[in-house]
Design a protein. Structure first.
Length: 286
């Protein structure tokens, strides 16, 4: 069964659903004109590796239990068997996907993707500047040209193009996030602590104390490692979970959702939600 998206008042099958056999046969496929997830509002769990390049618009996601997003100039590397759920999407969202069948990993040139697991599984997306985005898209255009010309050893050539794209992206990510070795990354433990405590604790001071750092230095380190400060990630986690609950738990009154998310009063939750999203919880729920 195909899952579909709406485009210009027409029901259009998602590019992934239209190309399942091609992905299996070719191993690496570039899919343009992507407007959302293949499963619509339902969780999407891919058996393949997916590189998502955002061109315009914005989509808010839950990546497993963590909030994430895709928008213009973002590139995300999604590993197989992770759950991705849409919580909000603008009508103009547009992306290109590069889908790699798991069999491609037999090619030594693409083994780099497994070396990137630590970096991308906890933080799939990186925001690029215009120049970096254009360089990435130049590689994508080379991949499209390889398909159009049906060159000999096309699959091997595309494997090498993907390898170059990932090395290029890794350089941009390292420069932007100042990534360090796993045992030094404060943000890994921070996201783990958020998962455990965010329903009870919304303040940076609490998470800084768990890391034995001052709040100011803690937030600075989180920004160096992830591109955003600690307060940003706390807010995004709360709002993403709030959107998910408002969207799927229509049996719960807003007061119950406020209680679940650690707000003493519904009015405080409503003010917080409207400040972050521009909508009241009631209007968001529709």
């Amino acid at each position: 069964m195909y899952f579909c998206t709406m485009k210009r008042n027409k029901t259009v099958p998602h590019p992934i659903n239209l190309n399942l056999q091609r992905i299996k046969d070719d191993g690496i496929v570039v899919l343009d004109d992507v407007h959302g997830l293949p499963t619509g509002d339902e969780p999407f769990v891919s058996p393949d590796y997916v590189i998502c390049i955002g061109h315009k618009g914005h989509i808010d996601l839950m990546y497993d239990v963590f909030p994430d997003y895709s928008e213009r100039y973002t590139v995300g590397v999604i590993f197989p068997n992770h759950s991705v759920r849409k919580t909000m999407k603008t009508d103009d969202y547009l992306a290109t996907l590069i889908v790699l069948d798991a069999s491609v990993l037999n090619d030594p040139m693409v083994q780099i993707i497994n070396h990137m697991r630590y970096h991308y599984e906890p933080h799939p997306n990186v925001k690029l500047d215009k120049h970096e985005y254009n360089e990435i898209m130049h590689v994508v255009e080379l991949m499209r040209e390889t398909v159009r010309l049906n060159l000999p050893d096309r699959r091997a050539l595309m494997s090498r193009q993907v390898e170059f794209l990932l090395r290029l992206l890794g350089t941009y990510r390292k420069n932007r996030l100042n990534e360090e070795s796993p045992d030094k990354r404060v943000s890994i433990q921070f996201h783990s602590n958020l998962k455990k405590h965010v329903h009870q604790h919304h303040d940076v001071e609490f998470y800084a104390s768990l890391a034995c750092l001052t709040p100011k230095y803690f937030s600075t380190v989180i920004k160096q490692e992830t591109g955003h400060n600690a307060g940003y990630w706390i807010r995004r986690h709360i709002i993403a979970e709030a959107k998910m609950l408002l969207h799927v738990r229509h049996d719960l009154p807003i007061q119950a959702i406020a209680d679940m998310l650690g707000f003493e009063e519904q009015t405080a939750f409503s003010r917080y939600f409207k400040r972050e999203t521009g909508l009241s919880p009631t209007k968001f729920r529709g």
